[in-house]
Design a binder for this molecule. Sequence first.
Ligand SMILES: CC(C)(COP(=O)(O)OP(=O)(O)OC[C@H]1O[C@@H](n2cnc3c(N)ncnc32)[C@H](O)[C@@H]1OP(=O)(O)O)[C@@H](O)C(=O)NCCC(=O)NCCS
Length: 153
Amino acid sequence: MIRPATPDDAAAIVAVERAAFGPDVAWSAGLVDLELIAPGRVVVAAEQDDAMVGFASAAVIADVADLTRIAVRPHARRTGVARALLNALLEQAAERGAERMMLEVADTNEPALGFYAASGFSEVARRHDYYGRGVDAVVMELAPIPGHDTLVS
Ligand SMILES: CC(C)(COP(=O)(O)OP(=O)(O)OC[C@H]1O[C@@H](n2cnc3c(N)ncnc32)[C@H](O)[C@@H]1OP(=O)(O)O)[C@@H](O)C(=O)NCCC(=O)NCCS
């Protein structure tokens, strides 16, 4: 089940972050709290058997939604959870006026690159050494945001 996240979800989101990224890269509790209350943010959560297995967030500013995070617990991957999260995020972002979604991803993150390509994102730029020496950021865009009837399911 996909649903909007609320400030009460902060601890569960931190746990998903740690499971998905490890303790060094995971967002801190403070960052998650900010993400849940910052203006223009859209945050959605995926639940299975009353437990959160993934979440996704975006910052909507004018016509652009920036995908700030998408993460799924390892045991729940490759079952369509991220696809469902992204569809919910796109729908909510479009309702707030977004016409395209943008993101940055490390060029070493093959699962994420595969997921974004499968979701219709295209590379529009590269930021060299953005994530440290030898690790570029790939800037990707999905434009226009697909209509409700045409979202990949
Ligand atoms: C990237 C991530 C969110 C994908 O989540 P997921 O729930 O496994 O993705 P889905 O099951 O919805 O996959 C949808 C499609 O994306 C593509 N895809 C997903 N994972 C992939 C992988 N590891 N390699 C290649 N393609 C992949 C496939 O086309 C897949 O469809 P299929 O399973 O029918 O082949 C997940 O691997 C993850 O949490 N990674 C760690 C966190 C991260 O790096 N987030 C992105 C940066 S913020």
